[in-house]
Design a protein around this ligand. Structure first.
Ligand code: NAP
Length: 314
């Protein structure tokens, strides 16, 4: 089977299409014939060597490495003890830092618990954009545990995590204040943001104006880390997505969010799919690429300004 691979860390040019043995599903696993797999910031960290070869080896992960954390396709083989059937249209989340590799391959084996049905009416390309970032936001909201009517700040609100954060926050009855650039104001309003605050130096002041005293909780998809703490009320909560854990101030709880803890949360992924089918969560595909152009997709993501996800189509 073909897969996007790399065998050394470096620039996008280290990516190539490799030919690898077909993986076989074991008990409790399904094999998916992948139609689409997305390109995310985590794929850039993986390719540039955020974890060393030795650290990956400790996890049983050896080159060639396969990037990609989410995919959609059709079940083509099942292990014992799963309810999935061959032919089911599914989406799945997968950690690329495991012996079997990531999502950007023609065939991917995952635990049945990492899989959910493709939402009614969604293409496989669009469905591939949901599992990883949708579950990240689900986890962030679970950690923030806000009540309806409370305020949620979202930085990077036009991005993949940010967009889902606005829509899911609104779905839960939160008053969402989105931070985004002027060109994205209309977009994040369509997601349901009550107020849009312009990104940049005045963003914290803008959040304060929108929520006097500070927001109750904030999902920091733009990775502003300590710089957004002043926008949060005393005793409020901050969900971070790149490991920032403090120091905090004014009894604000900082919740570093790692989506890997929801890799097996089938119920949550299934509920996200239902929200899409109900038109309450928006899937966005910016552009599709063949696997041979995975490097171009990563270059484009790094350049910034992409709205919607870049998708590798097999
Ligand atoms: N911990 C986890 O489990 C987990 C899971 C998923 C994602 N993440 C992380 O979450 C972050 C967001 O991911 P994503 O896929 O949503 O990325 P994305 O689609 O590129 O969105 C990021 C957004 O933030 C904006 N932004 C960047 N720098 C900014 C700044 N200094 N001030 C204001 N806005 C800024 C970007 O605008 P421009 O495009 O105009 O720069 C973009 O709208 C990434 O760091 C990713 O690694 C973590």
């Amino acid at each position: 089977m073909r897969a996007v691979t790399f065998s050394r860390f470096g620039g996008p040019e280290v990516l190539e299409v490799g030919e690898l043995p077909e993986p076989q599903p074991g008990p409790g696993e399904v094999r998916i014939r992948v139609a689409a797999a997305t390109v995310n910031p985590t794929d850039i960290s993986f390719r540039t060597g955020r974890q060393t070869t030795a650290q990956l080896k400790e996890l049983g992960v050896l080159p060639p490495y396969i990037p990609g954390m989410e995919l959609a396709g059709v079940v083509d083989a099942v292990g014992t003890g799963t309810d999935w059937r061959t032919g089911d249209r599914v989406m799945a989340i997968v950690s690329p830092r495991r012996p079997g590799g990531g999502a950007q391959a023609e065939l991917v084996v995952v635990p049945a618990t990492s899989v959910a049905r493709v939402p009614e009416g969604a293409s496989l390309e669009a469905a591939a954009t949901l599992p990883m970032n949708g579950l990240t936001v689900r986890l962030a909201l679970d950690r923030l545990a806000l009540r309806p009517g409370q305020t949620l700040g979202v930085t990077g609100a036009a991005g993949a995590v940010g967009g889902y954060a606005v829509e899911l926050g609104v779905n839960e009855g939160l008053r969402v204040i989105a931070v985004a650039g002027p060109q994205d104001e209309a977009l994040v309003r369509r997601f349901g943001a009550e107020r849009v605050v312009l990104r940049g130096e005045a963003a914290v002041r803008g959040l304060h104006d929108a929520a006097p005293g500070g927001v109750d909780g904030l999902i920091d998809a733009a990775v502003l880390d300590a710089a957004v703490l002043p926008a949060i009320r005393d005793g409020g909560k901050l969900a971070t997505v790149r490991g920032f854990a403090g120091p905090s101030e004014r009894s604000i709880t900082i919740e570093p969010v790692w989506v890997t803890s929801y890799l097996h949360n089938h119920e949550a992924l299934d509920r996200l799919g239902h929200l899409v089918a109900e038109g309450r969560l928006t899937l966005r595909v910016a552009e599709t690429f063949p696997p041979e152009r995975a490097a171009d997709a990563q270059r484009k993501l790094v350049a910034g300004g992409v709205r919607g996800r870049l998708v590798i189509v097999f």
